[in-house]
Design a protein around this ligand. Structure first.
Ligand code: CMP
Length: 140
């Protein structure tokens, strides 16, 4: 298996409920290493750029409003097969369909307020990491 990096966001519903540490505990227990992390207030422009792929979707406005409603924690996670592994650790987008023990099953409130984001492929991981971190902020 290859060592990969993936991009993660701990979303406003989780930071507002003081769950950053609880989410990080699940991430680390799964064998993923947090090699960069910062708490930020995302701007509307940043959120619109980040989710540009969903621009035509009916929930786009709601998604952007939610992502700027409170601070988020952006992260780079590193490990064997990190992209697929973190998607397993997060669970399904809709928490009602997420497997037991996943972050979304344990903590998410709804399909919109679903606690975490993780990259879906190597190409998007590289793009998403570069949107929030410079190379010297990532210490593996
Ligand atoms: P995320 O993995 O961050 O990628 C896109 C996000 O859009 C997704 O998680 C959900 O939070 C959000 N999303 C997907 N479907 C819906 C929906 N039907 N209503 C509201 N938000 C949604």
């Amino acid at each position: 298996m290859a060592i990969e990096r993936t991009f993660s966001i701990i979303k406003p519903d989780a930071t507002a409920r003081n769950l950053t540490g609880a989410v990080n505990a699940i991430i680390e227990k799964a064998g993923l290493r947090i090699v960069a992390q910062k708490r930020i207030q995302m701007t509307r422009a940043q959120a619109e750029t980040f989710y540009a792929v969903h621009k035509a979707r009916p929930f786009f406005g709601e998604l952007v409003d939610f992502m700027i409603s409170a601070p988020v924690v952006v992260q780079v996670l590193e490990g064997d097969n990190a992209i697929a592994k973190y998607r397993d650790v997060m669970g399904a987008t809709d928490p009602s369909k997420a497997a037991d023990g996943t972050i979304r099953k344990v903590h998410a409130k709804s399909i919109g307020e679903n606690s975490v984001h993780g990259s879906d492929a190597a190409e998007t991981a590289a793009i998403e990491i570069a949107q929030f971190f410079s190379g010297n902020e990532i210490v593996g």
